[in-house]
Design a protein. Structure first.
Lengths: 318, 566
């Protein structure tokens, strides 16, 4: 079957940063090993905290030599730097990044992620995130909004139409062509957040393309509290403020507003308009976090540390 | 902390209720001070002023170096910069925080009657405006729901407003926006062992800007590192080959000479620091004109001109004359001779005789060394005069007093060894950068560089350099073994007509008069050069001129032509 033929004979490594992994990681590894497109090696980038030896040794036994574990000190972890460290070890033509709770939906995940690479200008692809069983209504719609059923290849030509969504890309489930990754210097080190979007933006600006592969599916969703939403958006805005060259001329706010309105419509359509209250509060928290983050340079450090999810980032860098 | 990992990206899912709220609560940013054009800084400083500066300097011993300590926060350095700029500090306006200001207004506006009581203001509409509407029947549940919603929205909007006004009302810190570097942005590796502090490292950039073709942009086609050993008073010079692949601040790879185009002097200096484990905080940039004037002020430099180089010297000289207006005569004979500023600058640009850019970098070091020798011999007064004269023509983050102070010591320093970087290299088409020089490997070359400059044995490259090194090796598929022997590729002579780096704009009209049957005559599209070279090195401007009708020839022919052979 040609469907499962190797695409340009590309070898694929999978890299998963882990932290307090739950037993679901074992299922993730199992599903990766059962992929139709063979995975060459799995790299676990493990942030040391607590005792995870049991799970780690279990997955190591499962993978039979196909798995390597690299340890990172908790104080040294950062989203971009740790993944970049893994990328240095990887020998594959393509590097697939997953998070420990991104559950491959089926055996075609890797193949579907790789398929857009047939276009040599595509440097990164990212997969679709499906809501989990326990996912709340609003978050379900957010997934739907950000990860539609239709695939799309994005290039700089789409900036006018898609705005900031052109740069959208998620390391929850993504694949990078290693040569292009290295040529652009890889993930931003010492970054608080958004290393995936920053690199995607750089790639797009350098003439590469970013592909959204809706057939590459992982199950991954979160039910954030308002406080967590505030903090997430604080960090997100900080990363945007630190990269004005990328984010200054594309507004996230318009897109965010559209999301709220669409979600509200959706909630009415499914007959649960009372959830709009929760939507308004949640959105308010997000926006507030975003406003704070955008102006983080004017905030005292003590306040920043209470707003962020990444206290370590502020301890290390500033 | 790691739990955040999960949802990583969320660019689009944020909300902004209203742009008006944002804009209403935010005072306009304080406008940044426009970047001061260094080129405008041409005013001369009177001799007695300089003497005063020097006196002050000699009291304090060593010239004060304007450096930023790494410990300084951005805000602090920003302030420092502000102060160092003339008069800008005085112009700073403190804006009151928005919230306070508006509170004050509200209090002040409320009119009071004689008893000090606040007069209740009547509403314009008189009675309650709601009374005109037909009353609707609301169920009590609906009423509660709507009230709750309204309260919530009001609360959130209010909270945002208050917070925003508090936040945005603060005075904005102006970031450094001058020729003074921000040390945080210079990529000085924290892993550097500062046993090299006895050295002052300066980056020298030669810009290739053309007045006659500004579209070419700014390219630092000459990149040199001068390392002054304060103890031995020796100066070592390293040319960085301009086509060397290096990593830029944004993580991408490109030729070294492009860094200046994208990042200006700061970008170029931080590129050198980042890729070479150096600690450079000072730079000097010259364009053709500055170079020419310095050499002329020194009385020319002695250069041993090769026969093959004559054509190019004159060819480039005409280009320089066109750009600077500083006239000179044509070089006609080979051998050791004193070259004028224009000629020596032209000589330093030759790249088609010998081993392309490698040889050219060597010529540049030769010219620079000879300049230093000349300066070494000259008396202090002359040097200071030169510095004062050319200071407006160069771009640097040394201050004039600093420059003068160093100039006073110039005869204590001597030029030591010079070399080109990378030591071991290969050439290839690299990604989109084109024909490039690949250091094989960068890490091992950096080790050698530190040995050359500072005598450091077995310098261990920083993790940054090692990372860049392995990335370049990966992308170029090279190893240490891929090095080619560029030194002994030997002296080669490339026929002049191939060279077409500086074709005049009206290229075709130039060549319209050329006799295409002439065997040595270049085909029109390949060479815009107008110099006739009849093979024995005799180039006469006067002979060339009749071939070009005045209306089609750029003025430069007339300039160099009339002076040719004089």
């Amino acid at each position: 079957m040609h469907e499962f033929e190797k695409i340009d004979n590309m070898t694929v490594d999978v890299l998963i940063p882990t932290y307090h992994p739950s037993r679901s990681l074992i299922v993730v590894i199992k599903r990766l090993l059962a992929q139709s497109y063979p995975v060459q090696k799995i790299y676990i980038l493990h942030t040391e905290a607590g005792d995870s030896t049991e799970i780690l040794s279990e997955i190591q036994a499962l993978a039979k030599g196909k798995l390597e574990i690299y340890s990172v000190l908790k104080s040294n972890f950062d989203h971009g730097g740790t993944r970049h460290m893994g990328a240095r070890h990887s020998q594959g033509d393509v590097m697939v990044f997953l998070t420990q709770d991104a559950m491959p939906f089926d055996e075609k995940l890797i193949f579907e992620l790789l398929r857009p690479f047939a276009d040599t200008k595509v440097a990164v692809t990212y997969g679709r995130q499906l809501p989990d069983k326990d996912c709340k209504m609003i978050e379900t719609y957010t997934r739907k909004f950000n990860y539609p059923a239709k695939s799309r290849v994005k290039s700089s030509l789409d900036l006018k139409e898609l705005g900031i969504k052109t740069y959208f890309c998620s390391n929850v489930c993504s694949a990078y062509r290693k040569q292009d990754y290295v040529a652009l210097g890889g993930f931003e080190r010492e970054t608080i957040f958004n290393e995936d979007m920053i690199l995607a933006a750089k790639l797009i600006r350098s003439g590469y393309k970013v592909a959204y592969a809706s057939e590459a599916k992982v199950i991954h969703s979160h039910n954030y509290s308002y406080r967590q939403q505030f903090r997430r958006n604080f960090d997100l805005a900080v990363s945007q403020a630190e990269h004005p060259e990328i984010f200054a001329d594309v507004s996230s706010e318009k897109e965010g507003f559209r999301l709220v309105v669409d979600t509200a419509k959706y909630l009415c359509a499914v007959g649960k308009p009372w959830l709009i209250v929760s939507l308004v509060i949640g959105s308010g928290a997000k926006y507030l976090g975003y406003c704070f983050g955008k102006k983080y340079k004017r905030l005292p450090k003590s306040l920043i540390k209470r707003c962020t999810m990444n206290v370590g980032y502020w301890n290390c860098i500033r | 902390m790691f739990a955040d990992e999960q949802g990583l990206t969320n660019g689009p899912d944020l909300i902004i209720p209203s742009k008006a709220i944002l804009e209403g609560g935010m005072p306009k940013r304080i406008r940044k001070v426009p970047k001061k054009e260094l080129k405008n800084r041409t005013e001369k400083i009177p001799a007695d002023e300089i003497q005063k500066m020097l006196d002050r300097m000699s009291k304090s011993g060593r010239p004060k170096e304007r450096k930023f300590r790494k410990s300084e926060t951005r805000g602090q350095s920003a302030q420092k910069v502000r102060k160092s700029q003339n008069g800008i500090a005085a112009n700073r306006i403190r804006k009151p925080a928005n919230g306070h200001a508006s509170n004050g207004v509200v209090r002040g506006v409320k009119p009071k009657n004689g008893n000090g009581r606040v007069i209740r203001q009547e509403r314009a509409g008189g009675g309650s405006s709601g009374s005109h509407h037909p009353k609707k029947k609301w169920s009590s549940a609906k009423k509660v729901g709507i009230t709750l919603m309204a309260l919530l929205i009001a609360f959130i909007t209010g909270a945002i407003g208050v917070l925003a006004s508090n936040l945005f009302g603060r005075v904005q810190a102006v970031r450094p926006d001058t020729d003074v570097f921000d040390a945080d942005q210079l990529y000085i590796s924290s892993e550097l062992q500062f046993d090299e502090t006895g050295f002052l490292n300066i980056a020298l950039f030669g810009l290739d800007t053309r007045k006659d073709d500004p579209d070419l942009g700014i390219r630092a086609d000459t990149i040199m590192i001068a390392s002054l050993n304060r103890e031995t008073r020796e100066v070592k010079l390293v040319s960085v080959f301009r086509d060397t692949i290096m990593q830029f601040d944004d993580g991408t790879f490109n030729k070294a000479n492009a860094a200046y185009t994208y990042g200006g002097p700061q970008g170029a200096v931080s590129m050198l620091n980042r890729n070479l484990d150096l600690n450079i905080q000072h730079y000097v940039t010259v364009e053709f004109e500055g170079m020419v004037r310095v050499i002329d002020a020194l009385g020319g430099v002695p250069i041993d001109v090769q026969q093959e180089e004559i054509y190019y010297i004159n060819s480039f000289a005409s280009d320089i004359i066109r750009n600077t207006g500083i006239d000179t005569w044509a070089v006609t004979t080979p051998g050791l001779q004193m070259l004028t500023g224009t000629q020596a600058t032209a000589y330093a640009r030759i790249r088609n005789v010998g081993n392309s850019d490698f040889q050219r970098a060597e010529r540049q070091r030769t010219v620079f060394s000879e300049m230093a020798n000349k300066a070494h011999e000259a008396d202090v007064e002359t040097i200071i005069e030169i510095v004062n004269e050319v200071f407006g023509m160069i771009e640097t983050n040394f201050t004039l007093p600093e420059m003068v102070a160093y100039a006073r010591q110039v005869n204590q320093y001597h030029i030591g060894e010079t070399t080109g970087f990378p030591f071991y290299l290969t050439t290839q088409m690299f990604l989109d950068a084109g024909d490039s020089v690949i250091p094989t490997t960068l890490a091992s070359n950096v080790t050698l560089l530190h040995e050359f400059l500072f005598g450091t044995v077995n310098h261990m490259p920083s993790s940054m350099v090692q990372g860049i090194s392995s990335d370049i090796a990966y992308l170029s598929e090279t190893t240490e073994g891929s090095a080619i022997d560029h030194e002994s590729e030997g002296w080669q002579y490339v026929d002049p007509p191939i060279y077409n780096d500086f074709a005049p704009e009206d290229d075709n009209s130039w060549n319209s008069d050329f006799n295409s049957d002439d065997p040595w005559m270049p085909p029109p599209e390949e060479d815009g050069g107008n110099w006739g070279n009849d093979g024995d090195g005799e180039i006469g401007g006067g002979e060339v001129q009749p071939e070009h009708p005045p209306e089609s020839g750029p003025p430069m022919t007339d300039g160099s032509g009339s002076d040719g052979g004089l």
